[in-house]
Design a protein around this ligand. Structure first.
Ligand code: ADP
Ligand code: MG
Ligand code: ZN
Length: 490
């Protein structure tokens, strides 16, 4: 039975303004609980909100970058609900007149490019955080109350976990490129609710359930799989899916019911009488669009067109702005941009990953962004050129790169002082081949008897004699010639 999954995502992103959306309290993450609060964000009676214009600019920029229609006029509404982390008993949001509508983004999947619609983007305030503690019970930290959020609502266009994660990665890439949020899932500045239903392709959409506040790409992926399987099993055994909010439990890998889903009518939305309409003039809009840098899609296409990178490589190298900038700077200095891309995606990413794992093991915070890659673009470009020209081979290249990670240095100087340049001189290579043959008579013997596969082992021996520095193609050629002489003997 081929049930198709249908997914729509609601993504909450904290905007990186210094102060909150309706008061002047700081938004900084990680402060002592309840130190960034005032009567407005604590929701004390009579306190009046004042809108922070820096939020508007960022939200509009996000809208343009996500191909939305950005409205000249939008407005705030009260979303009424009671929850302990929301002291006012309503959240200021935008319901009737959101700032942005009708956008889209594209993701690259294993099946090709997929376009996913964005229904709307609205501005709202974040709620506080409940801290559950064995000794003291549940406590409330209101520092997060009033931190500015945008909520990005997708169309139910997503058809797999891969597309869902691709969508989130693209949202994160675009928003970090334009610099409106740091989009850290582990710190809660990017959070995602997954709406999921199943149906048979061509039939109307099924009833959806919603899984709230997933805080890693991995949990998004796993929650989708678990909920899809649950719904398929339920429907096939004749059970009806009810519209509800479900919790995904990382430990059990299952989703369980939390509460019946409210409909928008339950929130009794009404325009907030404390806040005037928000306006953006044509000049505002022009200034905002002018400040948008080249976005990942455009860069990806440029890398494919100008540098000849594959779509996959180009997508990887544009996933984060610092990385794209690093790549561009390095590629501009190197002979072969494709070689730089290979080097980055292979050895460099491996070393960055190893360093992060090491830091985590030692309980240290892994370095992020450009700081995670301690090598000057000029130095990486030079290493790429040395490899490209065959002046160092891939194994000595690895050694040099490891040294550059330990202490950034010029690879050419390093190769010189450590005598790591490829040996291409025929007399040295012939000597190495001859020694390898002399020292391994048993191998030579079995080669003579027709076991041609020992050629590889002999190559390893000859390479070792040059201490790994031989030009591998030339060495293989010379070894081949020497062996051919044997096999032609009777
Ligand atoms: P609400 O306001 O109740 O949260 P919305 O209509 O705004 O509901 O939709 C919320 C999210 O649910 C959107 O991302 C939308 O794409 C998604 N969605 C709507 N219908 C379905 C469905 N049948 N299956 C999966 N997702 C859906
Ligand atoms: Mg919703
Ligand atoms: Zn405040």
């Amino acid at each position: 039975m081929n049930w198709e999954m249908v997914i729509g995502l609601e993504t909450h992103v904290e905007l990186n303004t210094l102060s909150k959306v309706f008061c002047t309290c700081a938004t900084a993450f990680g402060a002592e609980p309840n130190t960034h609060v005032c009567p407005v964000c604590m929701g004390l009676p009579g306190a009046l909100p004042v809108f922070n214009e820096a939020v508007l600019t960022r939200a509009a920029m996000a809208g343009f970058a996500l191909n939305c229609h950005v409205h000249h006029r939008s407005r705030f509404d009260r979303k009424n609900y009671f929850y302990p982390d929301l002291p006012k008993a309503y959240q200021i949001s935008q319901f009737y007149r959101p700032i942005c509508e009708n956008g889209w983004l594209t993701v690259q999947t294993s099946a090709g490019e997929k376009k996913i619609g964005i229904t709307r983007i609205h501005i709202e305030e974040d709620a506080g955080k409940l801290l559950h503690d064995e000794e003291n019970g549940t406590m409330l930290d209101m520092n997060r109350c009033g931190v500015p959020l945008i909520e990005i609502v997708s169309e139910p266009d997503i058809r797999s976990a891969e597309e869902a994660v691709g969508y989130l990665r693209k949202v994160r890439a675009i928003l970090t490129y334009i610099g409106v949020s740091d989009c850290r899932m582990n710190e809660g500045s990017l959070r995602c609710d997954v709406n999921l239903s199943i149906h048979k392709p061509g039939e109307p959409l099924g009833v959806r359930t919603e899984m709230k506040n997933l805080n890693s790409f991995q949990s998004v992926e796993r929650a989708i799989q678990a909920e899809y399987e649950r719904q398929v099993a339920a429907v096939e055994s004749g059970e009806e899916i009810v519209q509800e909010t479900r919790r995904y439990d990382q430990k059990t890998g299952k989703t369980t019911t939390m509460r019946r889903k409210e409909n928008s009518a339950d929130y009794r939305y009404f325009p907030d009488p404390d806040l005037p309409e928000v306006r953006l003039t044509d000049e505002d809009m022009a200034a905002i669009t002018a400040a948008i840098p080249t976005l990942p899609d455009a860069r990806r296409e440029a890398y494919m067109r100008e540098y000849g990178l594959t779509a996959y490589a180009a997508e990887q190298l544009t996933a984060e702005r610092w990385l794209a900038e690093y790549f561009e700077e390095t590629a501009a200095l190197a002979q072969s941009p494709v070689n730089v891309a290979n080097l980055l995606q292979g050895e460099v990413f491996a070393l960055v990953g190893a360093r992060a794992a090491e830091a985590e093991k030692n309980g240290a915070k892994p370095l992020e962004g450009r700081e995670s890659l301690p090598v000057e673009p000029a130095h990486l470009a030079r290493l790429s050129d040395l490899l490209n020209a065959g002046r160092v081979n891939s194994s000595t290249g690895k050694k040099i790169l490891a040294a550059m990670f330990a202490e950034d240095c010029d690879p050419e100087t390093y190769a010189q002082t450590h005598e790591l340049f490829t040996v291409g001189d025929d007399s040295v290579l012939v000597e190495a081949v001859n020694r390898a043959l002399e020292e391994n008579p048993a191998m030579v013997d079995s080669y003579r008897k027709g076991k041609l596969s020992v050629e590889k082992a002999l190559m390893g021996k000859a390479m070792a004699i040059t201490r790994g520095k031989a030009n591998p193609e030339r060495l293989a050629e010379l070894l081949g010639q020497a062996l051919a002489a044997f096999s032609s003997q009777p």
